[in-house]
Design a protein. Structure first.
Ligand code: AHM
Ligand code: MG
Length: 325
């Protein structure tokens, strides 16, 4: 089925009068490298069963989690496409212990932190998964090293994610501007389908792992009960897919700290910061339950955080209950 009429392509968008373009030289090339990588990852995800590429590698990553074969393949693909963009200084990746410092860079450069394949438990079962990217710009004259990556989320210049679902959608956020692009299987590229995304004022959904209720502290249990009493539950178990639905339809995602996960479950640098940035640019909010996600000064590359994410009002109400208010 051909697309009727001309839609703005991602390439046209990032080289046009786009906010990211005027102020950040080379950011367009970084976004196109993410798009190129995601098209390759999407093919691998679709073909994985046929190519016998599912299952685990038999290794555990730096976080002590079992590594899926597609985790490794996705990580390799994005490291390759980003490195070849000519505008990357350093890459931090959920699957790689140490940052990948890209050699041969002259002046400008971006710092990308990524979860190359989010939703590990859904990889083998044909359920939506995705890739998440936070993008920072190197400071003028800065020599990059491991510490260059430990910057707060509020210094991101852009963030993006891709959902590999019933369609493949790339969402790109710069300051006050969030747009969605759908992969067109006819042209092989992304086309603008969701301009100027804002989280709807209504909040029909809440997304949380109810199985953790018994290990939540009392105020957090109360906060989740209030969500349950008011909203319908939707929980895919892939953060990127849960967030994407809540961004378009309205909703709140909550993975708070609990007795078993005192630091939280999700990764600050690869998941919470990029999606927190997207949420805020779309009028939403992101909190640990105690502070704004984007204000956290990171201590470690792979650190975890509690995450309450989505509609601003509902995030604020939930945070106030978690704080015992
Ligand atoms: P991953 O990055 O290894 O896939 O892990 C993170 C995932 C998130 O996508 C999702 O929100 C969460 O883990 C689900 O956790 P749980 O299975 O505890 O509900
Ligand atoms: Mg993840």
């Amino acid at each position: 089925m051909a697309v009727i009429g001309h839609r703005t392509t991602l390439q046209e968008f990032v080289t046009s009068d786009w906010e990211g373009n005027g102020q950040h030289d080379g950011l367009d090339a970084v976004i196109m490298a993410i798009a190129e990588g995601s098209i390759r990852v999407q093919r691998q995800v679709q073909q994985a069963s046929l190519a016998d590429a599912l299952g685990t590698t038999g290794e555990t990553n730096v976080q002590g989690e079992i590594v899926q074969r597609l985790d490794t393949a996705s990580s390799d693909i994005f490291v390759e496409t980003l490195s070849q963009s000519g505008h990357i200084a350093v890459i931090g990746c959920e699957e790689i212990e140490k940052p990948v410092i890209v050699e041969g860079l002259v002046a400008d450069g971006y710092i990308v932190l990524m979860d190359p394949l989010d939703g590990s438990s859904n990889i083998d079962v044909a359920v939506s998964i995705g890739s998440i990217f936070g993008i920072w710009q190197k400071k003028p004259g800065e020599t990059v090293n491991e510490d260059s990556l430990l910057r707060p989320g509020n210094e991101q210049v852009a963030a993006a994610y891709v959902v590999y679902g019933s369609s493949t959608v790339l969402v790109l956020a710069t300051k006050n501007n969030v747009c969605g692009f759908t992969l067109d299987s006819e042209s092989g590229g992304f086309a603008l389908t969701h301009p100027n995304i804002k989280i709807p004022a209504d909040c029909p959904y809440y997304s949380t792992n109810e199985g953790n209720n018994k290990v939540l502290d009392e105020p957090t249990q109360k906060a989740i009960t209030l969500l349950r009493d008011k909203y319908s539950q939707r929980y895919v178990g892939s953060l990127v897919a849960d967030f994407h639905r809540n961004l378009l339809k309205g909703g709140i995602f909550a993975y708070p700290a609990d007795q078993n996960r005192k630091e939280g479950r999700l990764r600050l640098m690869y998941e919470a910061n990029p999606l927190g940035y997207v949420a805020e640019q779309a009028g939403g909010a992101a909190s640990t339950g105690y502070e704004r996600i984007l204000d956290i000064i990171p201590q470690q590359l792979h650190q975890r955080t509690p995450l309450i994410l989505g509609n601003k009002d509902v995030v604020e109400q939930t945070v106030s209950v978690i704080k015992g208010g």
